[in-house]
Ligand binder design. Structure first.
Ligand SMILES: [Zn+2]
Length: 280
């Protein structure tokens, strides 16, 4: 455990950027070699929009990072939070820390964003992508990056996580989100095995289907347990999926950066009603 603790305690900022860019490059190569959907799109043009929103996410997180660091120092110094209160071996301490950060900092905030109208207005920019691939992973409106940051900080306080677990969590979180958004066709046996523990592309893609009730399912990022536990786990045939959000399908709303930045401040549009429930 010691080398892991040491590495993540003082994680080199250059390594953090390298993991983000390295992960993106690796999944880009894999999805280009074995894609699930053969999209007819300009992959570079599409990536540019998503990279813009990834950069704004990085800027928001970088600007506010000192709050997260202070919160983590405070909980350790004051023995505050779930993992500080319950004595346990180091490996279990790390595992429980990761599980709970994923629950509050990813699953819960994502669930809330789908249920609270004004938050959905921000999150839907992530969903308007009609060509989901690994670059979609961090396509977040800057407003959404702020809520996600707030939930992560809350999670650090409730869970009582030291910085090394926060960095370990953020590293896994970035790689997993790039993985589960990638347009890769994976053998069923591999997906079926992985999805027992982690969120796979087959699982997460269902969440990007343009129609309800599929949009409100499979909220997880790292671990697949939370959706099973809270009854939001849905299986669907991936080949039949259509990406996007039924209420925002125009070209400008799905591709134009300035239009997308303004969407949260426009009137809320409810999802369409359907005569018969679509079954995939
Ligand atoms: Zn979502």
């Amino acid at each position: 455990m010691d080398p892991i603790i040491e590495y993540f305690t003082d994680m080199n900022p250059a390594h953090r950027s390298l993991i983000l860019v390295g992960g993106l490059t690796m999944f880009w190569m894999i999805e280009s070699a074995v894609p699930l959907f053969s999209f007819r799109y300009n992959k570079w043009r599409h990536a540019l929009t998503n990279i813009f929103f990834t950069l704004t996410t990085i800027i928001v997180n970088f600007t506010m990072a000192f709050i997260l660091v202070q919160a983590s120092f405070w909980v350790v110094e004051n023995n505050f939070g779930i993992i500080q209160w319950i004595p346990m071996p180091m490996w279990l301490y790390a595992l429980v820390g990761l599980l709970l950060l994923d629950l509050i900092g990813a699953w819960l905030v994502h669930f809330v964003e789908h249920k609270v109208k004004w938050m959905w207005q921000f999150h839907l920019i992530h969903h308007t992508d009609q060509h989901v691939d690994t670059t979609t992973a961090n396509r977040h409106h800057p407003g959404e990056s702020v809520f996600r940051f707030v939930f992560t900080t809350m999670a650090v306080i409730i869970v009582g996580t030291p910085m090394w677990i926060v960095f370990l969590y953020q590293t896994l979180s970035v790689v997993l989100t790039q993985f589960n958004h990638s347009n890769v066709k994976m053998p069923a046996w591999l997906d079926n095995a992985l999805v027992l523990v982690i969120c796979t592309p087959n699982m997460h893609r269902v969440h990007h289907h343009y129609r309800m009730p599929y949009t409100d399912s499979n909220y997880g990022n790292i671990f697949s347990f939370w959706d099973r536990l809270f009854g939001t786990y849905v299986v669907a045939e991936n080949e039949k999926l259509v990406y996007g959000v039924d209420t925002h399908m125009s070209k400008e709303e799905t591709q134009d950066i300035v239009t997308m930045l303004k969407i949260p401040f426009r009137k809320y549009r409810p999802h369409h009603d359907y005569d018969k429930e679509e079954v995939l």
